[in-house]
Structure formats: structure tokens, C-alpha cells
Design a protein around this ligand. Structure first.
Ligand code: FAD
Length: 509
């Protein structure tokens, strides 16, 4: 119990299943829980206001939970490699703990921080808890390459066994010999390390709608339990059978909580296992376990495939001659209101932007999702865009979503459309998916003239989608002549407890 420890929250904004935090508490006499508002990550303009609100809610919740344990959250501003060394000196820190993060940006940041820590004689301890497994182990188990199909992925996972059980949240008992200094000196310290408000961060709050998905661990666990209280629904869950355009979500909407780590994926996994116990239940890829495996699949691919988030120099991505069309892109951009849409609705809009209709590079859509989705996640966003644009993983480019037929299947009356586009509220169901086909008299009666009150279509789907299928065919033909179809194998040597610095260096190479 000799250490003075900083536990650095980045993702993993929770107390439950936080092995790095728990290990800090077990061996320290003083703990400083820190969150760093890093201008490179928490950029006001690159992250939408809804997402900021979610993050601040999650931090407030975390601070509240820490205070119940006689601690608190210290919110610090600046680049981690600059601000942490100052804190090491100011607080006399001897150990830094955090949850391991696989994103390339995070790995290079963590390497810089680990170097600074070494210079200051601070030991770094990290634990893996953002994913179900150690994704590097999955890659090793697959001969040094990321599995590129779900079936292969499942085979590899079988050899690893089930994910580890989540560790419990720290209790007052765990904190009995640990103190957080500065707690009893509010005033200046509070101002220096307090949470900012959206206003202080300079956000325009005028367009903000009511909070549908409040950030934080408490809400995440409440939401999880609410779903787990419906064992019939959980056991029969099949993703393709859920509705993309129901008025209230037909899936869990736990994704923002999992992305920010308010909910641990392992806790989610094991709660599902409990509910499944002794009952007939659906199976991957369509079950809820299967959804968490999709997450793990993309995380693994994002670690094993270089330049995963872009087309250039990404060895699994088909090279396609996308058009540049800012007008179409602007017409497509949406999601501002709630920050979440159903997975199949994401399918439809992603297909429309890329290979289906507008022929715009999936990286543009990825940027918009990253800014506006509450659950915006580097690996999942890139992996799913690669899939939907038929650039990788999914090769049936000739299967295109029709913007008219797709919605009709599950919402004949167009209630979803009417909710989000009240201007079309009075349109008869017959024309709701194609208002431009309604006779002028119908448009007049509905109080909405297409071309004046509502935009005309920007493309003719039937025509453009056929042309685009031919363009995809040409890209695939080129691909089969040249670009390598799978990532180069790493020279996978079994790891033997490397130092943090060695590991981070290896990973950033
Ligand atoms: C183009 C596109 C971009 C996407 N970008 C993101 C993103 O940035 N962040 C994100 O979390 N999801 C992303 N997804 C995946 C998926 O749409 C969301 O995870 C899902 O809709 C979240 O809703 P839910 O929590 O109700 O999911 P549920 O169906 O309840 O699934 C439970 C959990 O499983 C995981 N999951 C479900 N589907 C997927 C999937 N296809 N891929 C990976 N993990 C999945 C999520 O963590 C989710 O919370 C994207 C999908 C598409 C098509």
C-alpha cells in the first residue's frame, strides 16, 4: 500500500469491471482518478453536441459514484503527454493505471505517455477490459492475421474459451485505506479540476432536443437490467427481425454506453449468458451474443489490418473510383436530432451514400457518423462502412437497398417518416415513400408541394443503382487483378509479459 496512483479514465467510464482501477486501489495509499479533455480527441467541432452531452453526463455520473467512495474525478485539460508529467510531480505519483485501448491514435499517445512516465519513475499498469478478449491473442491464435470472416472468427474464439468474468466495482471497503487528497479543499481546486458545461465549451445549445439517452454507468446498468428483465425478448432476439423504423428502438441502444465504456462488454455478455441459462435461445450471428461478437470481430480486424479506417493502403479494401460531390453529401447528412439510428437503417443510408446511389466514398459517411453518432467508435464505424460499401467483408455489391421499398416493408403507413419529417405528415400512405409521384392536388391537400416545401429527389434510384452496379463490377475486376486480398501476416511470436513500453512500441510499428 505504498503507491500514489493516478487512474486515467479514457474510455472505460465506469466502476464495474474496471480491473485497472481495482488493481490501483489494491496497492495504493492515495488515488487520483483523472479524465483528460484532450484537444486532439475532444475537439469541439469534430464531435457533435449530442455526443458531448453524453460524455459530460457520463463524467458527472462517474464523479458522483467516486464521491460515494470518498474520492472524486479530476478533469484536466491538455495533451496527456504534457499534463500527466505535471501531475506526476505535483502529486508525487508513482503509478499510472488505465484500460488498454487498441486504436492506433490511442496506442501512439499511450506510448508517449509511457515514455514520460518512465522518465518520472512512474510505473504504468494497464488492463484489458474494453473488449471481450485480448484481441492480440485472437490474432495470434489465427496465425498472426485478423480473421476476416465471422465464421473463421468464431472458430478461433472457440479455442480461446469464453471471455473472462467481469470484476466487481470497488466498494467502500476497498477504499478503506485509500484516500483522495484535495477532496476536502474545494474552491480553487474544484475550479481547476471541475467538469465543464456545454456552454463553457462554446456549444450552440439552441438545436438540442430532450435527452433520450443520458450518459453514464448508472443509466447503462439500468438499461441493461431493463432488457434482461425480458428473457423472452432476449432469448428470441434475431437482429434481422428487428425493425429499423419503429417509433421506439427495437434493439437495446446500449451502443453509446459500450462505446464510452459506461457498460462493460463482458458484463453485457455474462448477463446475457445468465438469461440464456437453461432456455432455448437464438445464436450468433443474429443473437445478442452475436452482436457483441460482431463488435469483437471488427475490433480484431481494426488491429490486424493497417489503415483500417481508409481506402488508401488498406489491404482488405477494394479500391473504388468514388466521385467527389459536396452537394450530394450535404443532402445526405442527417442524425443531428437523436444521435442514434437502428442498424438496418444505417445499412440503408450507408448503401445510399456509397455504392447504391450517390457513389460517394464511405470515408465521408464515416466522418459524419463519427461526429454525430452517440456511439461513434473508430473500429466499428470503419468496419461497418467497409462492409456496407462492399469494400471489404461483404462482397455482394449487386444487392442494393431501395430507398422506397426498404422502409415500406416494416412501416407501410410511414409513421417513422412522419415523426421526423412533419412536413409530410398529411401525405396519404400511398405516396409517403415517393411524395414526388403524388398528383399536385394531393400535394396541395397535404400542404406540401414537392420542389417548394420538400426537396425533389437528387437521383433516380432505378437508373443510378444499375449504373453503379456496373462501376462496382469494374472495381472488383481490377481488385482481382492486383490488390492483395488480405493483410500481410505479422511474424506472430507468443508474447511473454512484455513491458508496457515494449508492447506499445511493437503495436505502433
Ligand atoms: C455504416 C455503419 C456504421 C456503424 N458505426 C457504428 C459505430 O460507430 N459505433 C457502434 O457502436 N456501432 C456502429 N455500427 C453498428 C450498429 O449499427 C450499432 O452497434 C447498433 O445499431 C447499436 O444499437 P444497439 O445498441 O441497439 O445494438 P444491439 O442490436 O442491441 O446490439 C448490442 C451491442 O452489440 C454491438 N453491435 C451491434 N451490432 C453491431 C455491429 N454491426 N457491429 C459492431 N458491433 C455491433 C453494439 O455494441 C451494441 O450495443 C455501425 C453500423 C453501420 C451499418
Amino acid at each position: 500500500m505504498t503507491h500514489v496512483c493516478v487512474h486515467w479514465f479514457r474510455k472505460g467510464l465506469r466502476l464495474h469491471d474496471n480491473p485497472a482501477l481495482l488493481s490501483a486501489l489494491r496497492e495504493c495509499k492515495e488515488i487520483y482518478p483523472v479524465f483528460i479533455l484532450d484537444p486532439c480527441v475532444h475537439n469541439k467541432d469534430a464531435v457533435g453536441v449530442n455526443r458531448w452531452r453524453f460524455l459530460l453526463g457520463a463524467l458527472q455520473d462517474l464523479d458522483g459514484s467516486l464521491r460515494k467512495l470518498n474520492s472524486r474525478l479530476f478533469v484536466v485539460r491538455g495533451k496527456p503527454q504534457d499534463v500527466l508529467p505535471k501531475l506526476f510531480l505535483e502529486w508525487g505519483v508513482s503509478r499510472l493505471t488505465y484500460e488498454y485501448d487498441t486504436e492506433p491514435f490511442s496506442r501512439s499517445r499511450d506510448q508517449k505517455v509511457a515514455e514520460r512516465a518512465k522518465e518520472h519513475g512512474v510505473e504504468v499498469v494497464y488492463k484489458i477490459s474494453h473488449t471481450l478478449h485480448d484481441v492480440d491473442r485472437i490474432i495470434e491464435e489465427n496465425g498472426g492475421k485478423a480473421p476476416l470472416t465471422y465464421v473463421r472468427f468464431q472458430t478461433v474464439l472457440k479455442n480461446l474459451g469464453p471471455p473472462k468474468r467481469p470484476v466487481p466495482a470497488p466498494s467502500v471497503q476497498d477504499m478503506k485505506d485509500v484516500r483522495t487528497p484535495c477532496l476536502d479543499s474545494p474552491g480553487a481546486k474544484e475550479q481547476q479540476y471541475g467538469l465543464p458545461t456545454l456552454d463553457e465549451l462554446g456549444h450552440d445549445l439552441s438545436g438540442l432536443q430532450e435527452v433520450l439517452f443520458p450518459g453514464g454507468e448508472e443509466e447503462a446498468l439500468r438499461r441493461l437490467e431493463e432488457h434482461m428483465q425480458r428473457p423472452g425478448w432476449v432469448c428470441s432476439f434475431e437482429k434481422p427481425q428487428t425493425s429499423p423504423n419503429s417509433l421506439s428502438p427495437s434493439t437495446t441502444v446500449l451502443s453509446p454506453y459500450v462505446t464510452f465504456g459506461c457498460l462493460s462488454a463482458r458484463t453485457f455478455w455474462w448477463r446475457l449468458t445468465d438469461v440464456y441459462q437453461g432456455k432455448k435461445h437464438s445464436a450468433p450471428p443474429v443473437s445478442l451474443h452475436g452482436q457483441l461478437l460482431w463488435r469483437e470481430f471488427y475490433y480484431t480486424a481494426s488491429v490486424g489490418v493497417p489503415n483500417f479506417h481508409r481506402m488508401l493502403d488498406n489491404p482488405v479494401c477494394t479500391q473504388i473510383d468514388w466521385d467527389t460531390n459536396p452537394e450530394y453529401l450535404a443532402a445526405w447528412t442527417e442524425l443531428r436530432r437523436e444521435g442514434w439510428i437502428h442498424h438496418l437503417a444505417r445499412h440503408a443510408v450507408a448503401c445510399f451514400l456509397t455504392r447504391g446511389d450517390l457513389w460517394i466514398n464511405w470515408e465521408e459517411g464515416q466522418k459524419v457518423f463519427e461526429e454525430l453518432l452517440l456511439d461513434g467508435d473508430w473500429a466499428l464505424n470503419a468496419g461497418n462502412w467497409l462492409w456496407l460499401s462492399a469494400s471489404a467483408f461483404f462482397l455482394q455489391y449487386f444487392r442494393v437497398y431501395s430507398p422506397v421499398a426498404f422502409g415500406k416493408k416494416t412501416d407501410k403507413q410511414g409513421d417513422y417518416i412522419k415523426k421526423y419529417l412533419p412536413v409530410l405528415k398529411k401525405f396519404p400512405a400511398q405516396y409517403i415513400y415517393e411524395p414526388w409521384k403524388a398528383p399536385l392536388s394531393v400535394q396541395q391537400a397535404a400542404g406540401c408541394i414537392v420542389g417548394k416545401d420538400y426537396p425533389c429527389p437528387i437521383v433516380e434510384h432505378e437508373v443510378i443503382s444499375k449504373k453503379n452496379i456496373q462501376r462496382m463490377k469494374a472495381s472488383y475486376a481490377k481488385r482481382s487483378q492486383g490488390v492483395p486480398p488480405s493483410p500481410q501476416p505479422n511474424t506472430g511470436v507468443k508474447r511473454k509479459a512484455p513491458s508496457v513500453l515494449d508492447m506499445l512500441k511493437k503495436k505502433t510499428k
